[in-house]
Design a protein around this ligand. Structure first.
Ligand SMILES: *Cc1c(COP(=O)(O)O)cnc(C)c1O
Length: 375
């Protein structure tokens, strides 16, 4: 089976983790800071490392002090972590439909659902393609609300020449093995605002304050630390930060490889009239996490099953988030976001990672050719 996504682990990665394991500190050590500064060099803003992409989102919402009753605008076309972590603060999840070509949140749809209670717009860079960040930035600024970017798919992508991570108020990353780089489990928050990043960091480190100038309890010894706001333990251990540092050394190589696979698929599949291939805006430079094709929705299941039978680990990204029973139970109505629904019903993700060879691309394209020929 050729999986739809897979990690790339080198001997250097293994050596880096071994060195960390032989060290004194398996967690809370120097490699964490090392990883965070190496990340900053790629994403263009200071970062805090955390234990997953979900944790990163939770920290971003903590940083903006999301409260019960606040509204957060999100696209349906994402993994449910985008919404779940905001719902945990009692926020109301508001959906805005997507653009049919990129799969990203549609700025016009966002504008239509802004209210006086809106606290943040959350964009997701579907498949690695940056959302319409200029338009979203303008809407956020006009309404004095936050722009958060769920960049779980898009570390290494650029938008109008700037790296993803340096544009939104807060950007979150995931280092799950299927993503563009990995720490096994892991994630990060980046922010161009030091105050927001500090709040995210504190939330991820149990709310502990060690800066004497901020102490409210005075005259304790040098052991003293105190908590002003509750936090959780979302630390990324040094053992995994070591893997992250090592992976980051190859991120440009990963990007080039993924770009080559993207081009090779597109070169062949564009001749198949039953398949719509992914596009990208000329002002973006995506690091591709997914290669998402669209087929006639009535034939999607048959094509998907045919791929799986042929050993191709196809995937569907994603069922519209508001279809999940957890949202249905809250009264969200199916059919409310028709562009997302149509996108979902015709989508198939085919293998996109550094283990996919040119021969694989040709083989997968041929299998698709024969499967669409049977429609
Ligand atoms: C993977 C993913 C997440 C969650 O990341 P984890 O590291 O798996 O917790 C969040 N949002 C999107 C869009 C994702 O693809």
């Amino acid at each position: 089976m050729i999986p739809y996504g897979r990690q790339s682990i080198s001997e250097e990665d293994i050596e880096a983790v071994s060195v960390a394991l032989r060290g004194d500190l398996l967690t809370t050590g120097p490699l964490v800071e090392h990883f965070e500064s190496a990340l900053e060099a790629i994403v263009g803003a200071p970062t805090v490392s955390v234990s997953s992409g979900t944790a990163a989102l939770h920290c971003a919402y903590a940083a903006i002090e999301l409260q019960p009753g606040d509204e957060v605008i999100t696209p349906p076309m994402t993994f449910i972590a985008t919404q779940a972590t905001a719902a945990m603060f009692g926020a109301k999840i508001v959906f805005a439909d997507i653009q049919s070509d990129t799969g990203n949140i549609d700025p016009a749809a966002v504008e239509a659902v802004i209210t006086s209670r809106t606290k943040a717009i959350v964009a997701v860079d579907y498949a690695g393609h940056p959302a319409e960040l200029s338009e979203l930035r303008a809407i956020a600024d006009k309404n004095r609300i936050f722009l958060i970017e769920d960049a779980a798919h898009s570390i290494g992508s650029r938008y109008r020449g700037r790296p993803v991570g340096s544009i939104a108020d807060l950007t979150t990353f995931s280092f799950f093995p299927t993503k563009n780089m990995t720490t096994a489990e892991g994630g990060a928050v980046a922010s161009i605002h030091p105050d927001l990043l500090l709040k995210a960091r504190r939330f991820s480190r149990q709310g502990l304050i060690r800066n004497q100038k901020e102490f409210k309890i005075l005259n304790q010894g040098i052991w003293h630390q105190e908590v002003h706001k509750f936090g959780l333990n979302y630390r990324l251990p040094d053992v995994l930060a070591a893997l992250g540092v090592s992976q980051l050394k190859r991120i440009q190589e990963f990007k080039k490889y993924r770009e080559r696979i993207f081009d090779q698929y597109s070169e062949v599949l564009r001749f198949n009239s039953d398949i719509k291939i992914p596009i990208f805006r000329d002002y973006t430079d995506p690091m591709w996490h997914l290669y998402a094709i669209h087929v006639p929705s009535k034939a999607r299941e048959k094509i998907f099953n045919g791929l799986r039978r042929a050993g191709i680990g196809a995937q569907v990204n994603y069922i519209p988030a508001y279809w999940h029973p957890v949202f249905q139970d809250l009264g969200y109505k199916k059919g409310a976001y028709p562009v997302s629904d149509a996108f979902y019903q015709s989508e198939i993700s085919i293998p996109m990672h550094t283990g996919v060879t040119s021969e694989d691309v040709l083989q997968i394209s041929q299998i698709l050719e024969s499967l669409t020929g049977e429609i």
